[in-house]
Design a protein around this ligand. Structure first.
Ligand code: AMP
Ligand code: ZN
Length: 113
């Protein structure tokens, strides 16, 4: 499949790994929006939040638990951080493989644009 994040999982495109388990992979965003900016993805290709199926419930639960681990690993669990999931055109999703941005390491502002 011609998907850059599937290629990252397969090791065909280089990435800087932050976390990995059987079903999940996390790596540094190539264009960081903050001192800490990691992308967390399921290894399985799911196009967006809108394509998550009943059978993915366990996977998505584990994904949330892995956010806790990654936040601790990056030392942003105490001060806080943000998790962002962009969906579709209006959400400005540019890569059609579901991914969660973990953004932190500085004071963030709200609302986003
Ligand atoms: P989104 O706009 O939510 O679809 O986010 C896609 C993110 O993927 C952007 O923040 C990009 O900087 C990031 N990105 C695209 N290609 C790569 C890559 N090869 N390695 C790491 N991050 C990437
Ligand atoms: Zn993919």
């Amino acid at each position: 499949m011609d998907c850059i994040f599937c290629k990252i999982v397969a090791g065909e495109i280089p990435s800087e790994k932050v976390y990995e388990d059987e079903d999940l992979y996390a790596f540094y965003d190539i264009q960081p929006a903050a001192p800490a900016h990691v992308l967390l993805i399921p290894k399985k290709h799911i196009s967006s939040m809108m394509d998550v199926k009943e059978e993915d419930k366990g996977l998505m639960g584990n994904l949330i638990l892995s956010i806790q681990k990654i936040a601790g690993q990056l030392g942003m669990d105490k001060e806080g951080f943000r998790v962002v999931n962009n969906i579709g055109e209006f959400g400005q999703q540019t890569v059609p493989h579901i991914h969660f941005h973990l953004i932190g390491g500085r004071q963030l502002t709200w609302p986003p644009g």
